[in-house]
Each structure stands twice: as structure tokens, then as C-alpha cells.
Write a protein that binds this ligand. Structure first.
Ligand code: VGL
Ligand code: ZN
Length: 232
């Protein structure tokens, strides 16, 4: 009788400890998701002006399902949205005699010139995932003078509200995926890692502009301590 009472107390104490540990572990993790630039103009699904290979309906559906599953797990979901004015510096059409995908020097910076894309208010600038998935959508690239691959800051050094929003929500860890692996996903993930977040990029939920730069981007991210996971 006495012995079984002690066993019972021990079992209850153990269960309580496990519960406390699990709760602390969960609350300390504070995981959130950043879905990068899943917008019409970057997809073949919407015949976008800067469509990235492999961004067909089935890829978009996969990203949507994964994001809904993560939201159902209780993670906060954020999005970035490329949101350029018509006269944006990154459009080849705003540089006389230049062709799309050419790179130019602007002072010390290298600027790749893109087809006009994600122009504020246009149909293909819209996010392809439903707005109500997101706790916040961070717009970027709104200053005509600077490009902004990163969701954290533009090439002129101006911060977006991303870091502030993540900190307000106590976020410590980030899952990042979207378009394009070799540009906006890479820049966002590296800035997140530099800002002290524990970052994981989900490779199969990303698509890159070019195979070579995509492979290089994955290596660069790994070198920054970012975990590259094939799938969720
Ligand atoms: C992006 C090129 C230009 C991207 C945005 O979302 O990766 N790439 N603007
Ligand atoms: Zn852009």
C-alpha cells in the first residue's frame, strides 16, 4: 500500500516535470513562418512577367497546403510582398538601352535589371495565398531608388517592419520558403539569421530563377548556419 502510494507520487511528479519541460520547450521555440513573395508575377501559374520555372498550379497548391498545415499547428504565418512603383530602379525598362536580366552598377551596388513586375495595385502583384492565413504581410521594394530582395531591409539599408513584428510576437525561430530561392528567399533567410533567428528553409517549397544560382544560394545559406530541409 505504502509502496504503491510512493510509486503513484513518483509517476505524478514525473508527468508534471514532463509537462513543465514540454511547455517551456514549446514556448521558448516560438516558431513562425515567412512565406516569401508568392505572387502572380513570379509564377507560371499566372503567366507572370518574371515567372520562375516550376511555379505551376501544383507548386502553388503545395505551398498553400503546407502553409495551412503550419497555421493549424499554431505557428504565426507572415508573408512578404514585392511591391514596386512603376518607375522602380530594378526594371530594365527604366534604363535606356538595357535588356532584362542584365546587371548594372549603381555606385557600389550591383543591380540586376528585371522585367517590370509586382507593380503596386496590379493583379499579378497580389499574393496567391489567402490574406487570412497571415498575421501580417510585409511589403518591400516600395522605394523607387532601391531594390529589396530581403523582407527585412532594402538595399539602401532602410528596415521594413519585419523584425519589429517578429520581436513583438516573441518569435525566435523561422521557417522560410517561397520564391525565388536565389533572390528573395536567400536574402530574407540570411538577414533573419544575421538578426539572430534560428532559420530553416524548406527547399521543396521554394523555386529558383536559375539552377546554378539556386545551388549556390543553398550553399551560402548553409554557410550562414541556416538549416536546409528538403521538405516539411
Ligand atoms: C524577386 C527579383 C526581383 C524575388 C523580386 O522575389 O525573388 N526577384 N524582385
Ligand atoms: Zn522585385
Amino acid at each position: 500500500m505504502k509502496e504503491s502510494a510512493i510509486t503513484l507520487v513518483t509517476v505524478i511528479a514525473c508527468l508534471f516535470t514532463i509537462l513543465v519541460l514540454a511547455t517551456t520547450a514549446f514556448s521558448e521555440q516560438k516558431m513562425a513562418v515567412i512565406v516569401v513573395d508568392v505572387q502572380g508575377d513570379f509564377t507560371t501559374a499566372k503567366k507572370g512577367s518574371l515567372a520562375v520555372e516550376g511555379t505551376d498550379d501544383s507548386f502553388i497548391a503545395k505551398v498553400k497546403n503546407a502553409t495551412e498545415a503550419l497555421k493549424n499547428k499554431g505557428y504565426l504565418i507572415f508573408a512578404t510582398q514585392d511591391w514596386h512603383p512603376k518607375d522602380h530602379v530594378s526594371f530594365f525598362t527604366n534604363h535606356e538601352g538595357k535588356k532584362p536580366f542584365e546587371a548594372i552598377k549603381i555606385g557600389e551596388r550591383t543591380q540586376v535589371l528585371w522585367p517590370p513586375h509586382c507593380i503596386q495595385g496590379t493583379e499579378n502583384a497580389k499574393l496567391l495565398l489567402s490574406d487570412d492565413l497571415f498575421a501580417a504581410v510585409v511589403k518591400k521594394g516600395q522605394d523607387k531608388k532601391f531594390d529589396s530582395y530581403s523582407g527585412f531591409r532594402d538595399d539602401g539599408g532602410a528596415d521594413t517592419e519585419m523584425d519589429k513584428i517578429l520581436k513583438e510576437n516573441g518569435v525566435k525561430e523561422l521557417l522560410i520558403y517561397g520564391i525565388a530561392t536565389d533572390y528573395c528567399v536567400k536574402a530574407t533567410a540570411i538577414d533573419a539569421a544575421n538578426a539572430g533567428y534560428k532559420v530553416t528553409v524548406i527547399e521543396d517549397l521554394c523555386k529558383g530563377v536559375a539552377p546554378e544560382s539556386t545551388a549556390k544560394a543553398l550553399e551560402e545559406m548553409k554557410a550562414k548556419g541556416i538549416t536546409i530541409k528538403k521538405e516539411l
